[in-house]
Design a protein around this ligand. Structure first.
Ligand SMILES: Nc1ncnc2c1ncn2[C@@H]1O[C@H](COP(=O)(O)OP(=O)(O)OP(=O)(O)O)[C@@H](O)[C@H]1O
Length: 294
């Protein structure tokens, strides 16, 4: 049995909005990234995992419990960071954290204090006067403070500065080392690359790819940028090479293998400059987002 099991769920909001026949699992100890463009259906899926809404069709379970029917039991086991946190704005940060700790029957506050210190959060002020980043840190403290074995995080680093984003990556790595099962949606490719074992990509409410991170790293293509001596040669080269783009005397092509024929063809021309770089994970994901074939 997988820790998280999403089986053929559909939640149809009409007008092609919602999620359609979505299935995936998260295994024990796995960190899975849930990626997709705005409005793709990530939060809608996560809300069904939290039991806030029921699927029209299909089923969602965590540790064998139905996420909607057994919502209370499921939620009690989870650490959850919502995409948009509903705060009690008149409370101070620390009052709100204590309030949530009481709701979750957390007696030992040491983990919460450890997280407050780690995230360099000053929780004394009123929430209504806090920045987006400070509020996000409060959300992270609340999600992690009960030391849950399963974490569901909806865009966890939204609003955090780069230093805090990398501290968050370290936090996920530590939790992963402890065997935690984590599902997190994200728009930040670097954090996904550094933390996830697998990524599930959703677009227009449907899963379009599930990829092992190692496999993705291995499949990264190489991007070649070539500056020709004269434009006519660049034009001729582009005509003979599919997927090649040109800007004046410069051409750009993305290759996976096939490099020998490319270099031999290039040698027929006078070349001013040649640069090669490995495709970033972001560029790779953009192919999925844009719907290009892999
Ligand atoms: N309660 C609702 N009623 C009608 N439409 C909804 C409802 N909730 C979500 N939607 C629509 O369903 C689609 C998926 O929304 P969702 O919030 O799941 O996307 P997302 O992948 O989390 O996007 P983002 O990255 O922008 O947070 C969107 O078009 C959204 O407008």
């Amino acid at each position: 049995m997988s820790v998280i099991e999403i089986h053929q769920i559909t939640k149809d909001y009409g007008d092609h909005k919602g999620v359609f026949d979505v299935s995936f699992t998260v295994e024990k100890g796995e960190v899975v990234g849930f990626l997709g463009p705005n409005g793709a259906g990530k939060t809608t899926t996560i809300r069904q995992l939290m039991g806030f809404i029921a699927p029209d069709k299909g089923s969602v379970s965590i540790m064998g419990l139905d996420c909607f029917k057994d919502a209370d039991k499921v939620q009690a086991q989870l650490g959850y960071l919502p995409g948009e946190i509903a705060f009690m704005e008149d409370m101070t940060g620390i009052e709100f954290i204590h309030f949530m700790a009481d709701m979750k029957h957390i007696k030992d506050f040491s983990k919460a204090q450890e997280l407050i210190d780690y995230l360099e959060l000053d929780p004394k002020g009123k929430i209504r006067r806090m920045s987006k980043g400070m509020k996000q840190k409060i959300g992270i403290v609340i999600a992690f403070m009960q030391d849950p074995s399963i974490l569901i995080l909806d865009e966890p680093t939204s609003g955090l500065d780069p230093l805090m984003q990398s501290k968050f990556v370290e936090l996920i790595k530590k939790e992963k080392a402890k065997g935690k099962t984590i599902l997190m949606s994200s728009h930040i490719f670097e954090e996904v690359e550094h933390t996830c074992d697998r990524v599930v990509i959703i677009k227009d409410g449907c899963i379009i790819a599930t990829k092992d991170m190692e496999e993705l790293r291995h499949n990264k293509r190489k991007i070649y940028e070539v500056r020709f001596e004269n434009e006519q040669d660049a034009i001729a080269f582009v005509e003979n090479h599919e997927g090649c783009t040109r800007d004046g005397k410069e051409i750009m092509i993305t290759l996976k293998g096939q490099v020998d024929a490319f270099i031999k063809d290039l040698s027929k021309y006078t070349i001013r400059d040649l640069q090669m770089r490995t495709q970033s994970l972001e560029e790779l994901f953009m192919q999925y987002y844009g719907g290009e074939d892999q």
